[in-house]
Design a protein around this ligand. Structure first.
Ligand SMILES: Cc1ncc(COP(=O)(O)O)c(C=O)c1O
Length: 283
């Protein structure tokens, strides 16, 4: 079965040409996106993802391509047409099509693309049970990482560097020595004193939806989240480290730069948070 995408007003096979060469997303990375998990045919935390999409668009003075209600119908239809039970929805909005010129007219019609793909739940189980290894890299990104921009070159390079080193994620580190976040995940530790820590939301990181939901999940487990940035050295000396993102929710980190974290296995806090997150999202 050929995958079906929604591209600028039409449902069509994903492998057919559809994007204009002068789409500003293609030529300037002038656009934003969302990735949302699908569990049991349902989009997880849909309202939070739509809020963040609207926020990213606002920050770049771009209008919503269709109403919020229409966008929900389109994403559901793409999920249905691709028969995705467990997987991911990708929503991208570019500023629109115009002769190549850095500046733009205010009245451009944004281009909406929605795709969906399955992801076997076994992959999540495997990662939860085995954890991932992380490589630290310098954070080379811009000053508005809170906007979910499609301009991902530093993240691409970070993750590719990690991949070539045989690691599954890159944790980006600022010039001040503090970990900002992963290439496509937020970073968390249970520090050497047992405190659950993640960096506060600011322009330096994307405020992940799983990150937000995990605050509530942690509270249910009687855990307090301390929003204090941590250094790479603190992470390496931590009892536990983990990453969060919609793709897998919680990814336990078992080593950073080859330094074993804790006993080198997924830790109890990451495991409990992952299980509790799954339970909440299945309900
Ligand atoms: C840079 C970055 N940080 C964090 C996240 C996690 O965000 P979320 O939990 O909304 O998936 C992502 C997800 O793509 C990301 O790209």
């Amino acid at each position: 079965m050929s995958r079906i995408a929604y591209i600028d007003g039409r449902y069509q096979p994903l492998n057919q040409p559809a994007i204009m060469v002068e789409d500003r997303g293609y030529q300037f990375s002038d656009g934003v996106y969302e990735v949302c998990a699908i569990r049991n045919h349902r989009m997880l935390d849909e309202e939070r993802h739509l809020d963040r999409l609207e926020n990213s668009l606002n920050e770049l003075a771009m209008p919503m391509p269709v109403s919020r209600a229409a966008l929900k119908i389109i994403t559901r239809e793409v999920v249905r047409r691709n028969r995705v039970r467990e997987g991911l929805v990708y929503v991208q909005v570019s500023r629109g099509v115009a002769p190549r010129e850095h500046t733009y007219a205010a009245n451009l019609q944004p281009v909406l693309v929605v795709t969906a793909r399955p992801m076997a739940p076994e992959r999540r189980t495997h990662i939860r049970q085995n954890g991932i290894e992380v490589l630290s890299v310098p954070d080379q990104r811009w000053a508005r990482c809170d906007i979910k921009s499609i301009s991902l070159l530093p993240n691409v390079l970070a993750r590719q560097t990690a991949k070539l080193a045989g690691k599954q994620e890159a944790w980006q580190v600022g010039a001040d020595g503090y970990v900002t976040e992963g290439g496509a995940t937020n970073a968390w530790i249970v520090d050497s004193k047992g405190k659950l820590r993640t960096r506060p939301a600011s322009k330096a990181i994307l405020n992940g939806i799983v990150r937000q939901v995990l605050f509530d999940v942690a509270a249910e487990l009687q855990l307090t989240v301390d929003e204090t940035p941590f250094t790479l050295d603190e992470a390496k000396a931590a009892k536990e480290c983990f990453s969060t993102a919609s793709t897998m929710a919680v990814f336990p980190v078992i080593a950073i730069d080859g330094v074993q974290i804790g006993d080198g296995k997924p830790g109890p806090v990451a495991t409990a948070l992952g299980a509790a997150y799954d339970a909440v999202s299945a309900s």
